[in-house]
Ligand binder design. Structure first.
Ligand SMILES: [Zn+2]
Length: 267
């Protein structure tokens, strides 16, 4: 009995392994090959739950000017990306911002106080959306967590100070809120920069201001607590150099957007 069944079992096993291997090979928007194993739906759920937790734990800003500017800039950019996005301004003096899988964006008042103009805030939001579009949370979760942990981690997102909760918040890039700093890797940061600068340009924001933003960040990071946005991978000098190299392409997109009449006035 057993010997007859055995080849069938082997065959079934091989094809299921093959299916996992095939589904785990993905390509990012910039053409980098990625190991993606978690279901997107599960990562989105993690993002949604994390956002709910952050909204109940953090003070939300009702400053009309800040909210109007942030929403206007985020809308201009998310129109390029598509989908419905929720944007919340948090009362927090650190110069930080984040975007979560499941289409959630958070900007801190400290970031609004830091930027010189709408273009710099567009560079911040573009960068954060870049992390989401390139599925960086999924990539990190696939490397660091078993698929079987997925359901437990969803529940843990309501308990951000538990070990699993901290892992989840860390993977999503918002761990600093709960005492875990988990910076994205250099390749992911560079990728978010490139996607972000193209997005801002397509939305009609002058991409050259992304360089001004990083110069500003460089000054702001002196002696400050590290947050996702001030991640040291790569160094600001390397970022600026990479952005300068990418600028001719971004300027092309910007000019195209301008000729289509995309000239946002958010601040
Ligand atoms: Zn980043």
């Amino acid at each position: 009995m057993f010997p007859k069944l055995f080849p069938i079992v082997i065959k079934a096993f091989t094809s299921s392994v093959l299916a996992v291997v095939l589904s785990s090979c993905a390509t990012s928007p910039t053409g980098r090959s990625q190991f993606i194993m978690m279901p997107d739906n599960q990562i989105n759920q993690m993002g949604l739950q994390a956002f709910d937790t952050l909204k109940s734990d953090k003070k939300i800003s009702y400053n009309a000017q800040y909210n109007q500017a942030t929403t206007c800039i985020a809308n201009a950019i998310t129109q390029i990306v598509g989908g419905n996005w929720e944007v919340v301004v948090f009362e927090d003096k650190s110069p930080n911002a984040f975007a979560l899988p499941g289409n959630k964006i958070g900007v801190y008042t400290g970031m609004l106080q830091l930027v010189d103009n709408q273009e710099q805030l567009a560079a911040v939001i573009g960068h954060e959306i870049g992390h989401v579009l390139a599925k960086h949370s999924n990539e990190r979760a696939s490397q660091e967590m078993a698929v079987s942990q997925g359901l437990n981690i969803l529940q843990a997102m309501t308990m951000p100070t538990s070990a699993l909760g901290q892992l989840g918040f860390g993977l999503l890039g918002v761990g600093a809120e709960y005492g875990v700093l988990k910076p994205y890797g250099r390749a992911q940061e560079s990728e978010a920069d490139m996607i972000g600068v193209d997005l801002m340009a397509k939305a009609g924001f002058d991409p050259r201001q992304s360089i001004g933003l990083w110069q500003k960040m460089d000054q702001a990071t002196q002696g400050q607590q590290p947050v996702e946005f001030m991640s040291t991978h790569p160094s600001h000098a390397t970022r600026i150099q990479d952005l300068q190299q990418h600028m001719p392409q971004a300027m092309g997109l910007f000019q195209q957007a301008q000729s289509l009449g995309k000239q946002p006035r958010c601040i």
